[in-house]
Design a protein around this ligand. Structure first.
Ligand SMILES: NC(=O)c1ccc[n+]([C@@H]2O[C@H](COP(=O)([O-])OP(=O)(O)OC[C@H]3O[C@@H](n4cnc5c(N)ncnc54)[C@H](OP(=O)(O)O)[C@@H]3O)[C@@H](O)[C@H]2O)c1
Length: 456
């Protein structure tokens, strides 16, 4: 929902775009299903922001999809749509090919054709990269082009870029990934409801959280594909899915989940990669982890990758590992990165802030008076009848309503704490109300208030 709100805001700001200085970067999209449609939305709704970051427009010039119908509200006109991905991959007027067909062929041939024709490629196709990555990355290197694949592991979680860039100076000991949302959802529900694997799987299928044929997910193969990519990035070795020990979650029974819980453990499907003395361990299987570990708190369809590095120590990357907009977010970031290389050639390093320097605007800071949030309030007040009412009425006069109140038992002390939690209120109103409350003779000390951010 939050993503939709942000997109709506972006639509309204689109008209303020200043003309970017460079020629458009032209994008050809192969496959406009779940993720492809999300990418079309981001390119359209975030057009002004992306152009400002790039100093050039990103222009979707063709979409290849066998079943797509025109959707004018997304700019998907009949003229934009073609049927053959291979034809599009070779077209001379395209700079970046975005492959979101899924499956092996024609995705593989389309990617190789695009690279050989001087295009950069973005893909979310982990199954293809795990099997054919070596060929694809070699072809990219031979032709001086690049492949963005951030969305292929962890969906919207930026783990590829993190391992490749942010953690590039460190040596990694291990990666532990909860990288299959379907399995994590099933195991979470089994643990929290005590339900059977089969029952939860059916519900997941009904709610669109599991495929009609869930084998790839529940038997661990999807996680193994992703582990191949994680291991390459973490340890610099090439790995094929058949080299990964792979065991799924279909044999997990509710009683094991319950016993694990009693012992202080959670059962998670982990993709584990380790390196010791030059030998790599790569396995995917149900694993018991202490329930106090951060990874235990990764619930339902969320993903997380926990990395142990020598210098940094432990770090964790968490978020939605699938879904239209989270995955599209990673694809859009890859498009922007590859477009930047084209626009700026070797000069992108001169823009370490993520925007060309002239595109960075002075900030318009919201005053604290206008900040709206919920508040925790504590008053030290005389232990007398009517105190609560007096405080609540002064808050009410400023439009501040109460979500809850705690008043301690009478203790004979001269002042007792009165604790209140407000609904959302404007800080200016709260400060005015507190000033008035402080003047009440029954209030014995300066009121304490703490801002609450419940919906992080
Ligand atoms: N969905 C996610 O949350 C997610 C998350 C991370 C990564 N990914 C990856 O992203 C990729 C796309 O996934 P998706 O969920 O968007 O798939 P999808 O909804 O099935 O979309 C694929 C689209 O490509 C079209 N297509 C497939 N083969 C074609 C061909 N030979 N010629 C023309 N059109 C063709 C399909 O048409 P038809 O409908 O007619 O088949 C469909 O419209 C996959 O590699 C997937 O693993 C997806």
């Amino acid at each position: 929902m939050a993503a939709n709100r942000n997109l709506a805001t972006a639509v309204t700001t689109r008209s303020t775009a200043s003309a970017p200085g460079n020629r458009p970067i032209r994008i050809g999209l192969l496959g406009c299903g779940t993720v492809g449609t999300g990418v079309v939305k981001l390119l359209r709704y975030n057009a002004e922001m992306l152009a400002r970051k790039l100093d050039a427009p990103l222009q979707l010039i063709a979409v290849a999809d066998r079943s797509l119908k025109p959707q004018p509200s997304l700019g998907l006109t009949r003229a934009l749509i073609v049927r053959d991905p291979l034809e599009l991959a070779a077209r001379a007027d395209i700079d970046i090919v975005v492959e979101l067909l899924g499956g092996r062929e024609p995705a593989r041939t389309a990617i190789l054709t695009a690279l050989r024709n001087g295009k950069d490629v973005v893909t979310a196709n982990k199954a293809l990269l795990a099997e054919d990555g070596e060929r694809i990355f070699h072809t990219a290197a031979e032709h001086g082009r690049s492949v963005g694949f951030e969305a292929s592991v962890g969906g919207g979680v930026p783990i590829i870029r993190t391992l490749r860039e942010a953690l590039a100076g460190d040596r990694h000991r291990a990666v532990y990934g909860i990288v299959n949302g379907t399995c994590n959802y099933i195991l979470t529900r089994m643990s929290e409801e005590g339900s059977d694997f089969g029952v939860v799987l059916k519900r997941a299928q009904r709610d669109g959280l599991a495929e009609a044929d869930p084998t790839l997910d529940i038997e661990g193969h999807d996680a193994a594909h992703k582990l191949c990519l994680l291991v390459t990035l973490a340890f610099g070795v090439m790995l094929k899915p058949h080299q990964v020990y792979t065991e799924g979650i279909s044999r997990i029974e509710p009683q094991d989940v319950a016993c694990a819980k009693e012992l202080g453990f959670a059962i998670k499907l982990l993709a584990i990669g380790k390196e010791e003395d030059g030998a790599v361990e790569a396995r995917v299987h149900p694993t018991m982890i202490p329930s106090r570990h951060l990874l235990s708190d990764v619930r339902d369809a969320f993903n997380a990758i926990y990395v142990q590095s020598e210098a940094l120590g432990s770090s964790m990357y968490f978020g939605l590992g699938a879904g239209q907009m989270p995955t599209a977010s990673a694809v859009a970031a890859d498009i922007l990165e590859l477009a930047r290389r084209r626009v700026y050639d070797g000069r992108w390093a001169a823009h370490p802030l993520g925007y060309p320097m002239p595109a960075i605007r002075p900030a318009r800071i919201k005053s604290m008076d206008d900040v709206v949030c919920e508040y925790y309030l504590r008053f030290m007040a005389a232990d007398r009848p009517g105190v609560l009412g007096a405080i609540a009425s002064l808050l009410g006069r400023r439009g501040i309503s109460l979500a809850s109140v705690i008043q301690r038992e009478r203790s004979g002390a001269s002042a007792v704490p009165v604790i209140m939690r407000t609904h959302e209120a404007r800080e200016r109103d709260l400060n005015l109300a507190l000033k008035e409350i402080q003047k009440l003779s029954v209030v014995k000390a300066r009121p304490v208030f703490i801002r609450i951010e419940e919906h992080l």
